[in-house]
Ligand binder design. Structure first.
Ligand SMILES: Cc1cc2nc3c(=O)[nH]c(=O)nc-3n(C[C@H](O)[C@H](O)[C@H](O)COP(=O)(O)OP(=O)(O)OC[C@H]3O[C@@H](n4cnc5c(N)ncnc54)[C@H](O)[C@@H]3O)c2cc1C
Length: 386
């Protein structure tokens, strides 16, 4: 149980289904907002230990849960198209949030508020016939005014434009292999024959890092087996880093397959609103969701405070859906396009313009400047469908 145990009534107020990243973040934002929209109850089935999770993301603003960030970087490294580049992040910082620190940061906001808490339970049904009715598998029924549905993980289905399939593993190396000050976000020195792939290295210190092998796949592709990911990482260590297998150790790996959806489905149905990855907040062209989730939770809490409902949210410009769809189609059609594109996009001293674009915070003029450097053929084919 992440929050204080709920002992209040099971009707009225707000119920959040899923106490993962978005569920807890929304509880914190609602607890911190005045006027408060009423009691807030988080229901989670405890299937996933959130204190063992972690999220990395870039941001250039201050936010409610900033104290959860335990590592902060002001540079990033990209190896693409034969070029090894370390880029400044400008106004951005790349940050890592560990689950235990997130829970502590959330509780700093929820603990002082008497009517915010959580219960353990597995939700089996959510209905909005008259007013929301949430049913748990032990027969308990909740009748809130509003439901925020953050149940995850979200499966890859026919609506996905691509799938992001990755395996991450903590590594301990005998020699000082890693630069503790610079995360390596994309290293394309891994096989690109059947799928666009890169290696990601998030250092803890010179001897320890989280290393991931990530692939962009056609959504119909059943996925990359764990042993294929691990073999790719072993090849990376031996052939790229030149390290013998006896000189490093892999810990327990974690694999995931996330849907990349350029145009998410409608997220609300009456008084039931999806949040988090279930609402399509995973950015389709990057696979990152942390920062979008924080901004969304802030906007929902502010909408409640101003209007008494959660619908006054910033609108996303439809051109970003078109860009995401075109980029993913081009990458699925020709895997080598991803490396070509990143080599072109990151051929600069600061990553800020690219990060702003991925944050959908650019003007048409900014985008024209960025696109002018891109390999045009596959993108134009994807945008025109030919
Ligand atoms: C392994 C992995 C690593 C990731 N790394 C990053 C990263 O570094 N940076 C980034 O920006 N994004 C990352 N993401 C993407 C995204 O940020 C995460 O998936 C994030 O946790 C999504 O938050 P969420 O609240 O939507 O879902 P989750 O955090 O998955 O929370 C869903 C919760 O719902 C609960 N639940 C599910 N079904 C029920 C039910 N029926 N009843 C009750 N409870 C239920 C689950 O137990 C879980 O606690 C990663 C995703 C994965 C899978």
């Amino acid at each position: 149980m992440s929050l204080r145990t709920w002992t209040g009534p099971l009707h009225g107020g707000i119920v959040i289904l899923g106490g993962g990243l978005s569920g807890l973040s929304l509880a914190a934002h609602l607890a911190a907002t005045r006027p408060r929209p009423g009691p807030v109850l988080v229901v989670d089935d405890a299937a996933r230990d959130i204190t063992a999770a972690s999220w990395a993301s870039w941001t250039r603003r201050t936010a409610l849960l900033d104290s959860a960030a335990t590592e902060t970087f002001d540079r990033m490294r990209v190896y693409a198209g034969g070029h090894d580049r370390t880029l400044a992040l400008g106004h951005y910082r790349y940050r890592v949030v560990h689950g235990a620190a997130l829970v502590a940061a959330v509780r700093r906001h929820t603990d002082p508020v008497p009517d915010v808490g959580s219960v353990t339970g597995h939700v089996v049904d959510v209905d909005d016939a008259d007013r929301p009715l949430v049913t748990l598998d032990d027969g308990r029924e909740l009748r809130p005014d509003w439901v925020f549905d953050a149940r995850g993980p979200v499966a890859v289905d026919s609506r996905a434009d691509a799938a992001l399939d990755f395996l991450g593993v903590p590594v301990r190396a005998e020699d000082p292999l890693f630069d503790p000050h610079v995360p390596l976000l994309f290293d394309f020195r891994t096989d690109q024959t059947d799928r666009a792939s890169f290696v990601y290295v998030l250092p803890t210190d010179a001897h320890h890092a989280l290393v991931e092998h990530t692939c962009f796949l056609d959504p119909a592709n059943p996925g990359v087996p764990a042993d294929v990911h691990l073999a790719a990482l072993r090849v990376y260590f031996s052939e790229v880093l030149g390290v013998a297998e006896s000189a490093y150790e892999f810990g327990a790996s974690e694999q995931a397959r996330l849907p990349l959806v350029a145009q998410p489905a409608e997220r609300s149905d009456g008084h039931i609103v999806r949040i988090g990855a279930a609402a399509g907040l995973l950015k389709a062209s990057s696979g990152y969701a942390y920062e979008q989730i924080q901004r969304d939770c802030e906007a929902i809490a502010s909408s409640f405070a101003q209007h008494g409902h959660p619908f006054d949210l910033p609108k996303r410009h439809s051109r970003f859906e078109r860009y995401d769809r075109a980029l993913l189609a081009a990458v699925v059609e020709r895997p080598g396009f991803l490396e070509d594109m990143f080599a072109a996009l990151f051929a600069r001293t600061s990553a800020e313009p690219v990060l702003r674009f991925l944050d959908e915070d650019t003007s048409l003029r900014d985008e024209a400047r960025l696109f002018a450097s891109l390999p045009a053929g596959p993108l134009i084919r994807a945008m025109t469908g030919r």
